[in-house]
Design a protein around this ligand. Structure first.
Ligand SMILES: *[C@@H]1O[C@H](CO)[C@@H](O)[C@H](O)[C@H]1NC(C)=O
Ligand SMILES: *[C@@H]1O[C@H](CO)[C@@H](O)[C@H](O)[C@H]1NC(C)=O
Length: 459
């Protein structure tokens, strides 16, 4: 948000001191530095950036509303974000037919970044029918969301999906998650938008967490993510770095070539002391982790909230105070936290049933043909929360994509015939019939859990 000619002109008529004042304020608004990726870390300019954040979706999935479109609610809550010392919030769903300028600007002024899930309960990949739900109507929705949010310097990252894979069998949907991630990155590139980092938020599943991380970072550059995140509720106070098993996760992820962070944390089985904060921002973890997001700001039925919101009234609770104290006591490491400046691709995990059901050399599904025009023409208007939904709409992918060098045509070319590196039809593991394509079991639970996470609906 640069100072506009109009605002400068207005200020001039009010006298010199006001001009300076206005210019300073405007300069500060526009000064939020976009976050970039170097090696396995995030950077704000030359300085390592660690997420200190919360998950933020007042009303949750049962009473879906867009918190970024609600400028008053947003400003009401920014006061508490600042008091907690946050630099990031994560939002699970936005209505892409709404305006978000006022809240995004207020967040930027407060030095707060947004990690945004591009999906909604109605527009998302359904793990029970990934081939059907990966279609042009879906892509139009998420591209429209990207177009709206890439323009804000404080959009830190986009999630291409949340907990789509939540056990061994559902790993068969992973190629679709990866295809969506590829398509989002392709869209940013071909529309010449800022390259907001794109990645996936994985479920708290021990049996294939590492495979999912490796999978999202293997293959050609056009197919790899910009970061990886997972939800982790394994540190339940009283606990420790070793008791929680976080030491083992650090070991397992050492050498992983992308930035890694916790997209949800904050086990609430016992009294929450948030002792994991000290570990998360210590040099025990910062060589491979870049902070995380506490689940969640607003109190809801599942009892994870830090504050109770009632109209304009916000009441912080015990957990809020514990988290505030933990953040206050915890500085980031000096210097760069021993990040790995090399970064780079992982090998593709080998298929290993029952936990990982994707062939290491399987090609990704190509972008559904009617969606390709959005890369050049733009996605246009979003249907928002009142749209008809995409899971049973539109045109599906017609075949495998060529692995490419990162250019648009390589990433999106569809159909086995058009694909020089693929002489067969859909790769094994990508056949729609294997995913209950025609199955009727599309409960609300599936849909919501894909968007909002297991913890959200199980409790
Ligand atoms: C770490 O990796 C090993 C070997 O793949 C695995 O058995 C173990 O469950 C992993 N630990 C964690 C905490 O992810
Ligand atoms: C740094 O990352 C590269 C690429 O992923 C990896 O090969 C190397 O082992 C990593 N180094 C350390 C110290 O983790």
């Amino acid at each position: 948000m640069k100072a506009t000619a109009a605002s400068v002109a207005t200020a001039i008529t009010l006298g010199a001191s006001t001009v300076l004042g206005a210019a300073t304020i405007k300069a500060r608004d526009s000064d939020i530095t976009p976050i970039t990726v170097k090696g396995n870390a995030f950077f704000k300019g030359d300085e390592r950036f660690y997420m200190r954040g919360v998950d933020y979706q007042p009303g949750g999935s049962s009473d879906l509303s867009d918190p970024i479109a609600d400028a008053d609610g947003c400003k009401r809550d920014i006061k508490y974000f600042k008091e907690l010392g946050l630099n990031t919030i994560r939002v699970y769903s936005v209505d892409n037919s709404q305006d978000h300028d006022e809240c995004m600007e207020a967040l930027a002024e407060a030095g707060i970044y947004l990690v945004l899930d591009v999906n909604t309960p109605e527009y998302s990949i359904n793990r029970d029918k990934p081939h059907k739900s990966y279609n042009d109507v879906y892509l139009q929705y998420i591209f429209a969301t990207i177009e709206k949010f890439a323009k804000y310097d404080n959009t830190l990252a986009f999630f291409s999906g949340n907990e789509v894979v939540d056990d061994g069998p559902s790993s068969a949907a992973a190629p679709y998650v990866k295809a969506v991630t590829r398509d989002m990155r392709t869209y940013l590139r071909s529309r010449k938008l800022r390259h907001v980092p794109v990645g996936y938020s994985a479920a708290d599943v021990n049996t294939n967490r590492l495979e999912m991380a490796e999978y999202m970072n293997c293959g050609t550059d056009d197919e790899r993510s910009d970061f990886f995140a997972f939800n982790d509720y394994s540190w339940c106070d009283p606990s420790s770095f070793t008791t929680s098993g976080w030491d083992q996760k650090v070991k397992n992820f050492t050498g992983y070539g992308l930035p890694l962070f916790l997209s949800e944390y904050g086990c609430n089985i016992n009294t929450r002391e948030f002792n994991e904060v000290e570990a998360l921002y210590s040099e025990k973890m910062t060589p491979v982790y870049s902070g995380g997001l506490v689940y969640e700001y607003t109190q809801g039925k599942n009892n994870y909230g830090l504050v109770k919101v009632d109209g304009d009234d916000v009441k912080p609770n015990k957990d809020y105070k514990a988290l505030k104290a933990a953040f206050e006591e915890t500085d980031n490491p000096k210097g760069n936290g021993n990040y790995n400046s090399t970064g780079g691709a992982s090998g593709c995990p080998v298929k290993s049933l029952p936990n990982w059901n994707v062939d290491a050399d399987a090609l990704l599904p190509a972008m559904p043909a009617p969606a390709k025009k959005y890369l050049t023409e733009g996605a246009g208007k979003g249907e928002g929360f009142s749209g008809a939904g995409s899971q049973d709409a539109g045109v599906e992918s017609s075949g495998d994509a060529t692995q490419g060098s990162g250019d648009v045509s390589a990433a999106t070319s569809g159909g086995a015939a058009a694909s020089p590196t693929s002489s067969e039809g859909a790769a094994p593991g990508l056949k729609p019939s294997q995913f209950g394509f025609a199955a009727a079991s599309v409960g609300m639970v599936t849909v919501l859990s894909t968007v909002f996470g297991a913890a959200f609906i199980l409790l």
